[in-house]
Design a protein around this ligand. Structure first.
Ligand SMILES: [Zn+2]
Length: 241
């Protein structure tokens, strides 16, 4: 299955051919622009347009047996396609763009707070990142540093490297518990800034193309979760007074 979102996060729709329909209703296709839940970013929703103009509503997207296999989950009671059917897949773009903005904001937070990440979860209007850190940090200060990175409008790009390059640069990985996926021989890096001047780290998610597209964000809350764990919540919009 070709995962088109890996090379073009802005692809809102694409044509595809149905290659399988599982007993539980999940639809498999030869290619997809739908991101499957992974790495803290939820899978896409949207609809499939059939050749006769009918619609199949898609309420979620998850990975199957491997990360290369994407399962599109239809809403209950939708008409089922047959193997070989041609579809046009349409993302709920408004939702996906918010997730891309939030996900990119999480990368910026890891630049502002250079501590090991112990967990992260992206959602449409709120995201959280957990850091292994004991320090107390002022949320207004973090917000200001985040917004400096947003206003600088740094480019965000994708680079593929060989697994061996990662072995030579273990410092690239900021996540404490999650190892980047291995086995395909290459690894996807998300790079921020010209020549990765701001940051680069392995990630399979979808991101906006420049930090300005993240838009206005602020740290809503910093919670203490244990002696050496801090949970940061990122929200859209200006910080409330
Ligand atoms: Zn990412």
């Amino acid at each position: 299955m070709a995962l088109l979102f890996l090379d073009d996060a802005y692809l809102k729709s694409c044509e595809a051919v149905v290659t399988g329909v599982r007993e539980d209703g999940a639809i498999l296709t030869d290619r997809t622009c739908f991101y499957a839940t992974s790495g803290g970013q939820p899978g896409d929703t949207g609809h499939f347009e059939r050749a006769d103009g009918g619609r199949i509503e898609i309420v979620g997207t998850v990975t199957g047996e491997t990360k290369q296999q994407v399962l599109h989950i239809p809403a209950l009671g939708q008409p089922m396609p047959a193997i070989g059917d041609r579809l046009i897949m349409h993302l709920d773009w408004e939702r996906r763009l918010k997730l891309m903005r939030m996900h990119t904001a999480c990368h910026l937070l890891s630049v502002v707070c250079p501590f090991p990440i112990t967990g992260a979860s992206v959602s449409e209007d709120d995201s959280r990142v957990d850091f292994d850190m004991a320090e107390t940090i002022d949320k207004a200060e973090v917000t200001e540093k985040l917004m400096q990175l947003v206003r600088a409008d740094h480019p965000v790009s994708i680079e593929w490297i060989a697994d061996a390059d990662l072995d030579a640069n273990p410092g690239l990985v900021k996540s404490k518990n999650v190892r980047p996926p291995r086995g395909t021989g290459r690894l996807r890096l998300v790079c921020i800034g010209e020549a990765s001047s701001v940051d680069s780290q392995p990630c399979g998610g979808t991101h906006v193309r420049s930090t300005a597209e993240v838009g206005e964000i602020h740290i809503g809350k910093i919670e203490k979760k244990g002696k050496e764990n801090r949970r940061f919540r990122i929200r859209f919009g200006a910080a409330p007074d």
